[in-house]
Design a protein around this ligand. Structure first.
Ligand SMILES: [Zn+2]
Length: 500
């Protein structure tokens, strides 16, 4: 019997439509090769959904190709040219003929033209391969649409945030698809949503209220009531009509039992909607609280400007306030500022510099101008910014910060890099000779992913409401395209049992 042929592809982007950062094809290539053998080597064995799909393909004995391995940090709209390049490479390979398609997608891609990039990709695939089995592994922050559900055969989503089950998510989808291809099961997907924009600071499945809801989905899948069950928190920083909290169940044929559980999950989310809301407090008070704590490390997470939500990673408000309040024995970063890196490299290790640090990017959709911070210190070290992740999130993959330098102000060590990268692994500091576990304060730009690497060393965690286009105060964003009513914008909205 001839070997089966699979097409694997990755096209991942979480689009923050308020972010000023453009998303051309170059942004997708920064995390490694865009296709072929090199891209397979990059992903194989890593805890990523593409790594998981490679494992599925290898175990099934199938041949496979990887025509596109595109993954960009969250940022603004994906350019039309980038979307056309990625989707046409995937569609063309599928059109050549294959037995199955395994796609590592995010589920929240917005392009200059399409509100639902993933749905558009699937529609194009269906035009050339109407009946091909397709498995999707999605991020927990996906915004579900009919186009995604009707275009795919099987959908699974991450069950963790920070996302430490990326490979497993793909393996769950792959397993169901393999069983379907063997004729053991006949997947049929159902999905639903509630008009609720949960805060990314409040909806992690590791804590209530999402923990109970996610556990219901996990139990439904583990007990075999359904083939796969996923809950999606959604991503609030996108001004698109289909913003919601959603759930997708993959049933074996028609499963009334699955539908009952899925609606129980969604109703539970709606009933507990207030628990999903984040209520901001002034940055000044948060820094003062951090200062009052006695034992470190005190991890201070600046969630107003985190790269993994589309932030510019160069807003200085938290570091500025920390300096103003006299915090000492701190490390901070990485701040993305290529010009300051260049200046530090010119000065050399041991050289003294005065930088106009960060604040290089304006955020017009937020009405914010970039505001650099004048700061002096010595250049402590210079690196190539590359390290291998050893922590639990995306384990084994390579982080590429670009050229990186450390500024020592005497009270604070600030990592400055050429590229943006969410700090979820200690390597961001250790690769340049800083041991954050010995520091009193660790200031990082992250909302949740930092917990993967930094929670184990943290004595305290203080959330900091810095400025930026990933602010958790939704009142700072001007939404014009979301579908109303939507909680929390319409707090008094009534939801009859069947009116969504
Ligand atoms: Zn996510």
């Amino acid at each position: 019997m001839p070997k089966k042929k699979f097409v694997l592809a990755m096209m991942m982007h979480e689009t923050n439509t308020f972010s000023p950062l453009p998303t051309p094809i170059e942004s997708f290539a920064r995390k490694g090769a865009l296709e072929g053998r090199l891209a397979i080597t990059d992903a194989e064995g890593t805890n990523t959904s593409l790594g998981g799909f490679i494992e599925v393909a290898r175990k099934s004995g199938a041949e496979f190709t990887l025509p596109m391995a595109a993954n960009a940090s969250p940022s603004g709209f994906v350019t039309n040219a980038a979307f056309e390049q990625m989707s046409s490479a995937i569609v063309a390979e599928i059109a050549r003929g294959c037995d199955a398609v395994l796609l590592a997608l995010h589920g929240a891609m917005v392009t200059e033209t399409y509100d639902d990039g993933e749905g558009e990709l699937l529609a194009r695939i269906r035009r050339v391969a109407p009946n091909i089995p397709i498995a999707l592994a999605l991020d927990f922050h996906a915004q579900m649409t009919d186009a995604m559900v009707s275009g795919a055969t099987v959908i699974t989503g991450y069950r963790t945030y920070p996302h430490v089950d990326m490979a497993d998510t793909a393996i769950r989808a792959g397993r169901t698809l393999m069983r379907a291809m063997a004729g053991e099961v006949a997947p049929r997907m159902i999905w639903g949503s509630r008009p609720l924009m949960s805060s990314t600071l409040m909806h992690t499945p590791s804590r209530e209220p999402m923990r109970t809801l996610m556990n219901m989905a996990i139990a439904a899948e583990d007990s075999g009531v359904v083939l796969n069950a996923s809950v999606f928190g959604g991503f609030p920083q996108a001004d698109i009509p289909h913003l919601a909290l959603s759930s997708v169940f993959v049933c074996d044929r028609r499963s009334a039992g699955g539908e009952v559980i899925m609606n129980r999950i969604l109703d539970g989310a709606w009933e507990r909607r207030e628990e999903f809301m984040f209520r901001p407090e002034p940055l000044r008070d948060q820094i003062a609280r951090a200062k009052s704590l006695t034992d470190g490390p005190i991890v201070m997470a600046d969630h107003g400007d985190n790269t993994a939500s589309g932030g510019t990673q160069d807003v200085m408000s938290v570091i500025e306030e920390a300096i103003a309040q006299g915090l000492e024995d701190a490390c901070a970063g990485p701040i993305c500022d290529p010009a300051s890196v260049e200046q530090m490299i010119e000065a050399g290790v041991g050289g003294t510099v005065t930088l106009s640090l960060g604040g290089k990017v304006d955020m017009p959709a937020m009405g914010l101008r970039g505001k650099p911070l004048a700061i002096s210190g010595k250049v402590k070290c210079i690196t190539d910014g590359e390290f291998k992740v050893t922590g639990p999130m995306a384990t084994g993959s390579i982080v590429r910060l670009g050229r990186t330098a450390v500024l020592d102000t005497g009270k604070m060590l600030i990592v400055v890099s050429e590229r943006r990268s969410e700090p979820y692994d200690l390597g961001v500091f250790t690769h340049c000779g800083i041991d954050p576990s010995t520091k009193r304060y660790v200031i990082i730009k992250s909302r949740q992913h930092f917990r993967a690497g930094f929670e184990p060393i943290a004595k305290h965690i203080v959330m900091c409401d810095g400025d930026g286009c990933t602010a958790s105060d939704l009142g700072l964003f001007k939404y014009t395209r979301i579908k109303r009513p939507l909680y929390p914008f319409d707090p008094d909205m009534w939801l009859g049992r069947n009116d969504v």
